[in-house]
Ligand binder design. Structure first.
Ligand code: AHR
Length: 301
């Protein structure tokens, strides 16, 4: 039941409404399953909805923005009560977010941000992506302790907010440390397979003995790169230090095996706080009992 419907009903029957979570349907546009972390976020989101009795319509975009835009349009046509979206890239969302706003359907961004006016979505539940890069960079500053180090970087999906922000954060942390230099930087699209392919090209171009450290924007790319390093006859974690982000189980295993050095933990539970926010707003709307023509307080104007 939409907030608009709640407000209308509350005026008509002039009594407090009891809209249960079971009456609510939420659309979730997920990027895909490019990484272990992403798969965990999908699992957690489905579980959070189930625990609250919310019906979740799930759409896997297979890493394509056009599929996400189609999914959002379909959710809007179906009249869902709210939309969660993990946006694959940062730009190109204004049109479809306008459509959701016009339909009074609140949109919450999960784990990534967009370059759109913040009056086009209700809120964003994300981590501090720049800070994650800074923590990774600071780890390497401390680890190298002034020794010369040529770094290769595996970036996330081009144009995605974590790829942009994690690069910025790492750059912030190593700025002013002349011993640290990023000699190669390329996207591995947040996948294990591309992480391996791109690391192979780094090793070929630079020579493994000339690479001191790998910074990967997520663990899956690091795990793919570990394979490439081993196949090149080098010891990952020793010959080439490796720091990444996510803290998925495979990264813990690699660290335990001495093949990776550090990972920055990122919770996959973005949906919990997002659904808390929606439930708080729905409860407020139910208790308002206001003029049905008044726009509910979903968007900043
Ligand atoms: O947006 C979060 C990032 O996206 C995760 O670090 C990565 O694994 C995922 O694909």
């Amino acid at each position: 039941m939409s907030i608009k419907k709640v407000l209308l009903s509350s005026v008509l029957i002039l009594s407090p409404l009891a809209v249960a979570a079971e009456d609510l349907t939420i659309g979730f546009s997920q990027i895909g399953s490019e990484s272990g972390w992403r798969a965990a976020e999908t699992t957690v989101t489905k579980q959070q909805a189930e625990d609250r009795g919310i019906t979740l319509k799930f759409a896997d975009a297979q890493q394509k923005q056009e599929n996400q835009i189609s999914a959002l349009r379909s959710f809007i046509a179906q009249g869902v009560d709210a939309i969660l979206i993990a946006p694959v890239v940062a730009t190109g969302w204004d049109g479809v977010l306008e459509e959701a706003k016009d339909a009074d359907i609140p949109v919450i961004l999960l784990d990534r941000t967009v370059d759109a006016s913040d009056d086009l979505y209700l809120t964003a539940v994300t981590s501090d992506l720049v800070h994650e890069g800074e923590v990774a960079g600071q780890w390497l500053v401390d680890e190298t302790a002034g020794a010369q180090c040529r770094i290769v970087e595996l970036q996330g999906t081009t144009g995605s907010s974590p790829a942009i922000d994690r690069k910025t954060g790492f750059g912030n942390a190593i700025a002013g440390h002349d011993n640290l230099e990023i000699v190669r930087s390329q996207t591995g699209d947040f996948t294990r397979s591309q992480g391996k392919v791109v690391m192979e090209s780094f090793l070929k171009a630079e020579g493994g003995e000339n690479i001191c450290a790998l910074y990967a924007h997520n663990d899956d790319m690091a795990v793919g790169a570990i394979q490439a390093i081993k196949e090149a006859g080098l010891k990952p974690g020793e010959d080439i230090k490796i720091v990444a982000i996510d803290a998925v189980p495979d990264a813990h295993l690699a660290i335990a095996a001495g093949e990776m050095n550090a990972t920055i933990e990122l919770t996959p539970n973005m949906a919990g706080p997002a659904l808390d926010a929606l439930e708080a707003i729905w409860k407020t709307a139910q208790s308002l009992q206001v003029d049905p023509d008044r726009k509910p307080p979903l968007y900043r104007s």
